[in-house]
Design a protein around this ligand. Structure first.
Ligand code: ZN
Length: 280
């Protein structure tokens, strides 16, 4: 997508929106209230008296989800909500936790966030400086790496094979209709479920909020929403993590089997590659 001038304005929401549900990893009930914010405030989480900016600087965990921490207080699994903010261009909002500490997983995708937020967007008319890559950035090793190339447009690709289902191995989001990716759900493999639970993750997971892929096919309350839904979810996750840069990015990002850890490593390396004035 080549950005139009209005795409580069700061945006907030017209009024408050709440979401509630379960945290996919903690299994705890969670309730969040998203408030409008002033241009320049950025995206901030507000929990138990602590404000945590949605910035890579506060990332405390990237195993199974992207979590932020400040002053000993954690907000967990921020990536899907951030992906929807990124896709809608919402740059300024406060996400207050009324209960729990993990963003509710909803149906495993960003669709409910998207539907509730998309008609409440307010263009503040204040320009937001996009992050322009100044050169090629690469993180990871052979077989599992991410490349970022300078570009006038924004494009995110995930390349990797998905076990058990025949869905190709590449998907690119070029900044078109967010509905190409917002409905894509979190997924895992049936053979990994016991290990995930033993390690203390996925306590809130169910066939209603995770696409479980097994040798015999899909174990979920509904079938695939897109033939290549897992690939699209990987792109969606990456777009969420990228928003921890604090501004929209212009560039072509290609992930080869990457996940949250590499996504955050990429962000840190992108920031290092930028002139200091671009840091937020
Ligand atoms: Zn995800």
């Amino acid at each position: 997508m080549i950005y139009k001038k209005t795409d580069m304005n700061r945006k907030t929401i017209s009024d408050r929106v709440s979401f509630e549900g379960v945290g996919i990893h903690s299994g705890e009930r969670s309730r969040i209230l998203i408030h409008p914010a002033e241009p320049g405030d950025g995206i901030r989480f507000y929990i138990r008296g602590v404000e945590i900016p949605a910035s890579f600087e506060y990332v405390s965990n990237t195993v199974m989800s992207t979590d932020l921490e400040r002053e000993g207080v954690t907000v967990k699994t921020v990536e899907h909500l951030l992906a929807v903010f990124h896709l809608l261009g919402i740059s300024d909002a406060i996400v207050e936790f009324l209960e729990g500490f993990e963003v509710p997983i909803m149906d495993g995708s960003g669709y409910e966030f998207y539907i509730m937020l998309k008609d409440k967007i307010v263009d503040t008319g204040v320009y937001i400086e996009p992050i322009d890559l100044k050169g090629y950035v690469r993180v990871g090793e052979s077989g599992c790496y991410i490349e970022a190339h300078p570009s006038v447009s924004f494009e995110v690709t995930y390349k990797g094979s998905i076990n058990h289902i025949d869905c190709g191995d590449i998907f690119t989001y070029s900044g078109g209709d967010p509905e190409e990716i917002v409905k894509a759900r979190t997924f895992c493999y049936l053979e990994d479920v016991d290990t995930i639970l033993e390690k203390g993750y996925g306590k809130g997971g169910s066939t209603g909020n995770v696409l479980i892929i097994g040798k015999e096919g899909i174990h979920s309350d509904e079938g695939l929403r897109y033939p290549d839904e897992p690939l699209r979810h990987k792109v969606f996750d990456l777009i969420g993590d990228l928003y921890l840069l604090g501004a929209p990015i212009r560039g072509m990002i290609v992930s080869y089997n990457g996940g949250h850890s590499l996504n955050i490593e990429l962000i840190r390396n992108i920031v290092k590659s930028l002139p200091a004035v671009k840091l937020l």
